[in-house]
Design a protein around this ligand. Structure first.
Ligand SMILES: Nc1ncnc2c1ncn2[C@@H]1O[C@H](COP(=O)(O)OP(=O)(O)OP(=O)(O)O)[C@@H](O)[C@H]1O
Ligand SMILES: [Mg+2]
Length: 329
């Protein structure tokens, strides 16, 4: 009765996807990859603040960390060396999943493709997860772009259901994240070690430009998280009321779309050598970015629910491993 866990620890958000022992997907979790040392409990408060313990330290994690004036993110490989960061994110996720009685099983997780060239990084991530929980019989660390591919290629039971081009052809994967733009080419299901690119050109860069503009117009300090929410809803709550964003607030998004498309063109040329191009990551939910990319590469397709694609692909691979283990018994 094993569960299949797919855990994607992004720089901006943790995405966590689960498939239960009968092959049913549960509601996925998405929360900011942020933590803050918990402040002292306020006596008499009506709202207790949930904390996560790692070692002797209590943390606020995810949305709760936004209550702190100084939430901490951890970028780059530093997060693998930090003894508390990943364990706190894992415990926060598992705490939420306990409510749905999610049980033990196999976990598939991953790293930006270029980091997986060095096996010590995968070992470090596995060790950080094991430091947080003993729920997993197996933990497999794979290159993130394979998650995007598996989200399309595998069904909820981990069986291959995608079209032949994905199985036998050359597939370009674009993962447009908060901090990084990851590019990979996967041919006949194998990532090319020499065609992996990780560039710090994620959406945080453009959110920062929009934040500056909105802060000036509305005379209000905004976090990147506030700005992200404003971009998603097209409005900002000012003095308790939603206000529409000013004219041309989205111009930086269009400029950024052109920058991305140019960068992709420099790396992949016309892209005609690729049988399919998959666009995943949260940035692929932003039309000004995907439109610019699809103008250059008309056969690029946005995968369904792109922010969750990597985690969904991981969970589907985990489900495949669970079934192989069960069949082998
Ligand atoms: N529904 C949405 N609408 C608009 N933008 C979105 C949406 N969902 C996500 N985003 C954008 O995607 C970004 C997060 O994407 P994602 O979760 O893939 O990044 P990440 O995996 O945390 O980062 P990285 O891949 O760099 O480690 C947000 O910062 C936001 O700009
Ligand atoms: Mg990501």
């Amino acid at each position: 009765m094993s569960y299949a866990h797919g855990a994607n620890f992004g720089h901006g958000f943790v995405k966590y996807s689960i498939i239960d022992p009968v092959g049913q997907s549960l509601t996925p979790l998405v929360f900011p990859a942020l933590l803050a040392p918990a402040s002292a409990h306020v006596m008499g408060t009506l709202q207790a603040t949930p904390t996560v313990m790692v070692g002797e330290t209590a943390y606020w994690v995810g949305e709760t960390a936004l209550l702190s004036p100084h939430p901490l993110s951890s970028l780059g490989q530093q997060r693998l060396r930090d003894p508390h960061f990943i364990p706190a994110l894992v415990r926060h996720a598992l705490h939420h999943l306990q409510a749905h009685r999610v049980g033990a099983g196999v976990c598939v997780t991953g790293l930006p493709a270029t980091w997986t060239r060095d096996a010590t990084h995968a070992h470090m991530l596995g060790a950080r997860i094991r430091a947080a929980t003993n729920l997993f019989s197996d933990i497999l660390v794979i290159p993130e772009p394979l998650g995007v591919l598996y989200a399309l290629l595998l069904d909820e039971n981990g069986q291959v259901c995608g079209d032949d081009a994905l199985v036998h052809g050359s597939v370009g994967v674009i993962d447009l994240g908060h901090h990084t733009l990851d590019l990979s080419i996967i041919t006949a299901l194998r990532p090319h070690a020499d065609q992996l690119t990780t560039i710090t050109l994620g959406t945080a860069h453009v959110l920062d430009l929009i934040r500056t503009r909105l802060s000036t117009v509305f005379e209000r300090d905004l976090s990147l998280h506030d700005t992200d929410q404003a971009v998603r809803t097209g409005s900002l709550v000012i003095a308790g009321h939603p206000c529409p964003l000013p004219d041309e607030w989205d111009q930086p998004l269009y400029n950024y779309g052109v920058t991305l498309a140019t960068r992709l063109h420099e790396t992949w040329g016309t892209g005609q050598q690729l049988d399919a191009i998959l666009l995943g990551g949260g940035g692929a939910a932003l039309a000004p970015l995907t439109d610019a990319i699809q103008q250059r590469f008309p056969h690029a397709q946005v995968v369904p629910d792109p922010q969750l694609a990597v985690a969904r692909g991981y969970a589907r691979l985990a489900r495949r491993l669970v079934r192989q283990q069960e069949d082998g018994r």
